[in-house]
Design a protein around this ligand. Structure first.
Ligand SMILES: *[C@@H]1O[C@H](CO)[C@@H](O)[C@H](O)[C@H]1NC(C)=O
Ligand SMILES: *[C@@H]1O[C@H](CO)[C@@H](O)[C@H](O)[C@H]1NC(C)=O
Ligand SMILES: *[C@@H]1O[C@H](CO)[C@@H](O)[C@H](O)[C@H]1NC(C)=O
Length: 487
């Protein structure tokens, strides 16, 4: 697998006997050749039938799109539709056009950010945005806010960096990065996702949410069909009325059960990441969802009752008390650099290998004894001044050559020193957060010292930001790795 450090694999294959995983022949194309080109001879279009003449003229334009994925699998990939109230409202505006402002966004990991594709144009979100602009008279702005190698817990704490406040539709792709926790009741991955969904749905324009569920491929292994959080997150779809599309449901039959040329894993995936044809199929699923929503609106327009339901406040959380933390402030990338007072033996580097300028900035050190000092205002207006608040340090957890850093409060604020081990036994890398409870102070000076010990054959440590949570009772363990490590 190429570029392991940019990969956000957390596929916990070691727990499965070979009988339960599906092995496939990995396509290693000659250098300079892409794994997964689109076979144009397979493209097809939907026809519209059974709709009144006047309606059909309205949505005819919407059906101007060529699909790669065969029809039955397109339907199979629509995992949950439900009442789709918010999506119907979005699509109604899309149909209306009239230069109405509409903002769409995507959050997720490296796949939706485009790793694995040959160009900007072949990324699934670009295809969807381009199609939407070509069929609608609305003024559509799109934003790809994905951050490679991060789980949904990261986005929960840093959403303002990736999502516009006035967004109308958000695609959410975390099924690969969030991995799996083998627990049915109180599943922490689903809990985090619930908080993220609530945070998005609480934005001022009441945006629609669509879950984009992608399969787990790792090397030449497809994990068991059921080995994903996808199905457990189906509870959120039902509870919050949020549609979901599933590349697993769409593609697994063609790739594995009834092998079909053009749709095998090695024709759609380069490694953990789908290539151009895989992205085209994800785009097909998203376009299909929007088109069928448009068709649905023609047959059954939004009535006053549905309008009223759209205005209802969010329900209580599905998991008791599982609401997003109030007032998080995320300081990452160049803003984090601005906090740093002194860096001895630490360098400010971008570790993105694919020229992505956004994702991978941070302070990196490999020399034990190196000290990094940063200063941050930890005062939170909503919290009693004497209470501690969680400061979440963003750091890279990885599988090779990683070390241990000690975090301490140097002046202003106070905290228990904490040794943070960046090493991982499993073969994956992710930027995650760990909570340090600190007292509130305008000039809280913190220090990271790289220790002279390791569990991972090396001393590398990378820190890329902090999130300050405006609440004193947030669970301290929520942002540790354990929740996505299998026992
Ligand atoms: C792709 O996988 C199929 C079996 O699933 C295998 O027969 C074929 O040789 C593979 N193609 C390449 C180019 O690796
Ligand atoms: C479209 O929307 C953008 C952002 O909301 C705005 O800046 C732009 O002026 C709009 N374009 C038109 C033609 O109204
Ligand atoms: C780290 O430990 C090794 C062996 O114990 C020692 O040789 C080395 O000097 C130590 N380095 C630092 C920076 O303390």
């Amino acid at each position: 697998m190429a570029r392991a450090s940019t990969v956000l694999v957390l596929l916990l294959i070691c727990n499965y006997g070979t009988s339960e995983v599906f092995h496939f022949v990995l396509n290693k194309p000659p250098k300079g050749q892409h794994c997964c080109p689109i076979d144009n001879s397979k493209l097809w279009r939907k026809t519209i039938r059974g709709i009144k003449e006047d309606s059909s003229a309205v949505i005819e334009r919407f059906f101007n799109y060529e699909f790669y994925l065969p029809k039955a699998q397109l339907k199979a990939g629509l995992e949950y539709y439900g009442a789709a109230r918010r999506l119907r409202k979005f699509v109604r505006t899309l149909l209306l056009g009239d230069n109405m402002p509409l903002k769409i966004g995507v959050i997720g990991g490296s796949i939706s950010s485009g790793v694995g594709t040959t160009s900007y144009e072949t990324r699934w979100f670009s295809i969807v945005s381009k199609w939407m602009r070509s069929v609608s008279g609305a003024n559509i702005t799109s934003r790809n806010g994905c951050i490679p190698a991060t789980p949904s817990a990261y986005m929960l704490m840093c959403m303002e960096m990736s999502v516009d406040e006035d967004v109308d539709l958000v695609f959410v792709e975390y099924s690969v990065n969030d991995g799996v926790e083998n627990v049915l009741v109180g599943n922490r991955i689903v809990k985090t996702m619930e908080q993220l969904v609530r945070r998005i749905m609480g934005l001022p324009r009441r945006p629609a949410v669509v879950l984009v569920q992608l399969p787990h491929l790792f090397g030449d292994i497809f994990e068991p069909f059921f080995h994903t959080s996808d199905d457990l997150e189906g509870a959120l779809s039902g509870y919050y009325d949020i549609p979901s599309i599933s590349l697993r449901n769409a593609l697994y039959p063609l790739a594995a059960l009834y092998p079909t040329d053009g749709f095998l894993w090695n024709q759609t995936y380069g490694d953990t990441h789908p290539g151009d044809s895989g992205h085209k199929i994800i785009a097909d699923l998203a376009v299909h969802l929007i088109q069928e929503t448009a068709r649905d609106l023609q047959l059954d327009p939004i009535d006053p009752e549905e309008e009223q339901e759209l205005m209802r406040p969010l329900p209580e959380s599905m998991y008791f008390g599982n609401i997003p933390p109030p007032e998080t402030e995320c300081i990452a990338s160049t803003r984090f650099k601005g906090l740093v007072k002194k860096a001895v033996g630490w360098g400010w580097v971008n570790e993105a290998k694919d020229g992505n300028n956004r994702g991978k900035w941070g302070y990196v050190s490999t020399k034990p004894g190196s000290k990094l000092i940063f200063q941050v205002d930890t005062r939170r207006p909503g919290v009693a001044p004497s209470d501690q608040i969680p400061l979440l340090l963003h750091y890279l957890k990885s599988y090779r050559g990683m070390g241990i850093a000690r975090a301490e409060c140097r002046s202003g604020c106070a905290c228990e020193p904490l040794d943070i081990d960046a090493g991982l036994k499993a073969y994956h890398s992710q930027t995650i957060m760990i909570a340090i409870r600190v007292t509130q102070h305008e000039k809280c000076e913190m220090q990271l010292t790289l220790l002279n010990s390791t569990t991972n054959n090396g001393y590398k440590f990378k820190v890329s930001g902090v999130t300050i949570v405006g609440s004193s009772d947030y669970p301290a363990d929520f942002f540790t790795m354990e929740f996505w490590n299998q026992p």
